[in-house]
Design a protein around this ligand. Structure first.
Ligand code: NAP
Ligand code: MG
Length: 453
């Protein structure tokens, strides 16, 4: 049995040793899930709903333990980690309302009755990255279970601890055995088996665009369903007529939250040229005010990066020629720290503008007018989220409709609510998670005609 050591990114100390599931173990789990799925789909909708509510309540009862586990495993600030565990609970409560609401249609036809059913797919494989282990897992498994599927879930190798705990809580809450299995292991082994094993009918993948493309290509072989949530290079567009003080005070939190390891990070700030210098003056104290340090402390706003390798990768985006406007604070001593960093790109082709850095680095650049802002915002293959700061409602709506991205916010940086749809345009993804239709992504629609003559 191979194992992996889980490291606390704030201290570099070993938190736990976890056994990795191998290919044979993955196959065995998928086969158990196939059997469990047959019974789970027959559980009455109201009973499935009740079990999911109990699972949500079990998370709530253990919320502080889950949050502390995430602080130790992922270096998330305790405030964020509590929100993340609460989000997994809320997503389950929301999903618990779905089994009785998987409504079909009755469609007028001649000579009979026509009805549609939303039937479960069978076994769903969920592949989770390390940046938001609990929420991203729950966005996949909760609606999948609600729709009557069994789930096999692979957490990221770096962050398996909360997922393993969620698997235990599901069993305690009364979810039948093997309906929800957590399989810590390598992406190239466990994740790859989800793609190639014919028993898995859908793969939900969140992670890099590069791996997402491989998953999609692999799934094509069996016409396997796929939902992809991939990278982003989102724009925060600040117009001259905006409340500049608020726009500048909040901009750091729109990109440096979770140390920038967020697919929705607003990592390009586009500022109208007439207020560009003023905005930078206001941004500097805001960036320097971000409290970076011990993630377990209540007041901390930004923790470390996930690993030494990731810190090196982030640092690699800054070349000797890169113009750094200013940086924020960073603690000394052990831990994979990187300071909030504001850069001024030279050209539209600079890597800091074109690639997802996934760390606390933001590029600020000027634009001339509304059309220019939309053009620059869309000058990327990504299209996940973005913000628009203006006091002109018409402009807010025009620009919101003009930006090619799935999740936009006006005078705010919020992207995620469990009851609103989430997902990307272009190479940021395929399909949507959360929102009112979440369960439908885990069903097939069946049409049945019944002759009455
Ligand atoms: P990644 O390689 O895409 O990993 C995401 C998940 O996919 C992990 O569980 C990983 O397992 C698994 N995986 C990797 N290769 C696989 C394969 N061939 N088949 C099936 N599953 C596979 O992401 P990463 O290497 O952790 O991060 C690299 C970059 O991706 C980041 O710097 C960032 O730019 C981007 N990223 C984006 C998001 C997002 O939310 N959109 C999240 C994370 C990363 P292992 O953990 O075992 O490798
Ligand atoms: Mg990888």
């Amino acid at each position: 049995m191979t194992t992996t050591e889980v490291i606390n990114p704030a201290t570099e100390k070993v938190v736990a040793t976890v056994e990795l599931v191998d290919a044979a173990g993955t196959d065995a789990a998928i086969e158990r899930a196939q059997r469990a799925a047959k019974d789970w789909r027959e559980v009455a909708p109201g009973d499935r709903a009740r079990i999911l509510r109990r699972f949500a309540e079990a998370i709530d009862a253990n919320l502080e333990e889950l949050a502390q586990l995430e602080v130790a495993n992922a270096g998330h600030t305790i405030g964020n980690a509590r929100w993340e565990a609460g989000n997994a609970r809320d997503v389950l409560h929301f999903a618990a309302g779905m089994p009785e609401r998987l409504l079909g249609n009755q469609i007028p036809v001649a000579g009979g009755v026509d009805i549609t059913f939303h039937e479960p797919l069978g076994v769903v494989g969920v592949i989770v990255p390390w940046n938001f282990p609990m929420p991203i897992a729950a966005w996949g498994f909760a609606p999948a279970l609600a729709a009557g599927n069994a789930v096999v879930l692979k957490p990221a190798e770096l962050t398996p601890l909360t997922a393993i705990r969620l698997g235990e809580l599901a069993l305690q809450a009364g979810l039948p055995e093997y309906v929800f299995q957590v399989l810590p292991g390598k992406g190239s082994v466990v994740g790859q088996r989800f793609v190639t094993h014919p028993g898995v009918r859908k793969v939900v993948f969140t992670g890099s665009t590069e791996v997402g493309k491989q998953i999609m290509a692999g799934c094509a072989d069996q016409v396997k369903r796929v939902t992809l949530e991939l990278g982003g290079k989102s724009a925060n567009i600040v117009f001259a007529d905006a409340d500049l003080e608020r726009a500048a005070a909040t901009a750091p939190y729109g990109v440096f939250d979770n140390a920038g390891q967020d697919c929705c990070a607003r990592s390009r700030i586009l500022v109208q040229r007439s207020v560009f210098d003023r905005f930078l003056e206001l941004l500097e104290p805001a960036v320097q005010g971000v409290r970076v340090g011990d993630p377990a402390a209540d007041a901390t706003e930004m923790g470390p990066l996930i690993s030494a390798a990731h810190r090196d990768r982030v640092a690699g985006f800054l070349e000797p020629s890169t113009k750094v406007a200013f940086t924020g604070a960073m603690p000394e001593g052990p831990g994979f720290w990187y300071p909030p960093t504001v850069v001024l790109p030279d050209a539209p082709t600079d890597r800091v503008l074109t690639e997802e850095i996934f760390g606390p680095v933001v590029a600020v650049l000027p634009f001339d007018d509304e059309a220019d802002a939309v053009r620059i915002a869309n000058d990327t293959e990504y299209g996940l989220s973005g913000s628009i700061w203006t006091n002109d409602v018409g402009r807010a709506l025009r620009v919101s409709r003009g930006v090619e991205a799935g999740n936009l916010s006006v005078n705010s940086h919020s992207s995620v609510r469990y009851w609103t749809p989430f997902g990307g345009y272009k190479q940021s993804g395929l399909g949507r998670e959360l929102g009112p239709d979440a369960a439908l992504a885990f069903t097939e629609t069946k049409n049945v005609f019944i002759a009455t003559q």
